[in-house]
Write a protein that binds this ligand. Structure first.
Ligand code: CIZ
Ligand code: SF4
Length: 352
């Protein structure tokens, strides 16, 4: 549906009134009506770096989810304020690993005698608390673009990896890119005593996967892949590595959002693509490539509901508040947490 013309006008006016004082970031999974006002689009890490490269912007309006705004706050200067237009825009995956649960897990590993040979690797999609835990224990952050390099580095530092919080990205990278076997991986369930694992299992494992997943990418199944192949002969199935192992295995190509966007830019006219990632992005790609057939991998509609909380009314409210001299929904990370998170992020930036 078309955006309310009145709201579009108000967003334009507020943005123009703020000029260079505001910088609007739009994650790839945001609604079209929001992306229209973004100064830059990207994945969470690219956006955080873009914000850091805009020191003249006092206000960073982050159209994305909470952990992304935290990362932007960690990477930008203290003079910049990061604003999340709706505080309820969280991430179900990031919420699957709390600081308390991860501290308890580390105690379990310590008791099993393996903590000192285990390196934590945390996906960008995690809270600042989890990034800080990672930094404190000598680990690194990774994105879906550099997970292979991050894991390779981690296995040079220690024998085992504790991968947080996305089991699928961890398993897919360990098995497909590093050549570990599925049996080298164990799944740590934070809701069970000892993670639901025996000490023996923990000691034998090379990869300890946290039992978290993305509610959007986790929905794609082997049936979605088989179904689209039957429906569209010759289709290229391209999925995000947050999808389940068997889905990635059945796909033709796997990669991050930036990879998916580039793959379609490079694709031949007339080629056919079924994309397994968030629906706002897939619909925009379909629109941007009318010479190719671009479809969503599943028959069901599959938006990220928390991403979608940021809509034009919320953006207008945030911008108009700034025009009125109020700074709404500021995301600030505790300085101690920010320090250790930054250590983990810096380790990622230094990856070979
Ligand atoms: O699934 C997500 O939320 C992604 C791809 C986030 C990101 O890192 O941009
Ligand atoms: Fe979180 Fe998945 Fe939504 Fe990304 S798409 S913000 S990982 S729930």
């Amino acid at each position: 549906p078309a955006s309310d013309p009145d709201l579009v006008e108000r967003a334009r006016a507020a943005k123009a009134a703020l000029g260079d004082r505001v910088f609007i970031l739009g994650h790839h999974y945001q609604r079209d009506e929001v992306i229209e006002f973004a100064d830059v689009t990207g994945d969470s890490f690219k956006l955080a770096r873009d914000a850091a490269n805009k020191p003249e912007a006092e206000y960073i309006v982050f159209c994305g989810v909470h952990f992304m705004a935290e990362s932007a706050d960690i990477l930008t200067s203290s003079a910049q304020q990061v604003i999340l237009p709706d505080l309820a825009a969280g991430c179900s995956m990031a919420d699957m690993a709390t600081a308390e649960q991860v501290a308890e897990c580390w105690d379990v590993l310590t008791e099993a005698g393996i903590a000192d040979v285990t390196v934590p690797v945390s996906y960008m999609n995690s809270s600042a608390d989890i990034k800080a835990f990672t930094g404190k224990h000598g680990g690194t952050i990774c994105t879906s673009s550099n997970a292979e390099r991050a894991l390779t580095w981690a296995y040079e530092q220690g024998e085992k990896v504790l991968f947080l919080p996305d089991q699928h990205l961890g398993r897919n990278t360990a098995v497909r890119d590093l050549g570990l076997s599925l049996d080298d991986c164990v799944l740590y369930n934070p809701h069970k005593p000892n993670g639901g694992l025996t000490v023996e299992q923990l000691r034998n494992a090379k990869m300890i996967l946290w039992r978290g997943h993305c509610s959007v990418h986790g929905r794609f199944t082997i049936d979605s892949v088989n179904d689209v192949r039957a429906r569209i002969p010759g289709v290229n199935v391209l999925v995000h590595p947050e999808c389940k192992y068997e889905v990635v295995d059945a796909a033709d190509l796997v990669g991050s959002t930036e990879y998916i966007i580039k793959a379609l830019d490079a694709a031949e006219p007339g080629s056919k693509w079924a994309i397994g990632t968030e629906l706002n992005l897939v619909r925009r790609l379909a629109k941007a490539h009318p010479d190719k057939e671009v479809v969503f991998l599943d028959r069901a509609v599959c938006f990220c509901s928390t991403m979608n909380r940021i809509d034009l009314p919320h953006l207008v409210w945030a911008l108009e508040s700034l025009v009125d001299g109020r700074v709404p929904n500021v995301i600030t990370v505790d300085p101690e947490v920010a320090k250790y998170s930054k250590a983990a992020l810096d380790r990622m930036l230094a990856l070979p």
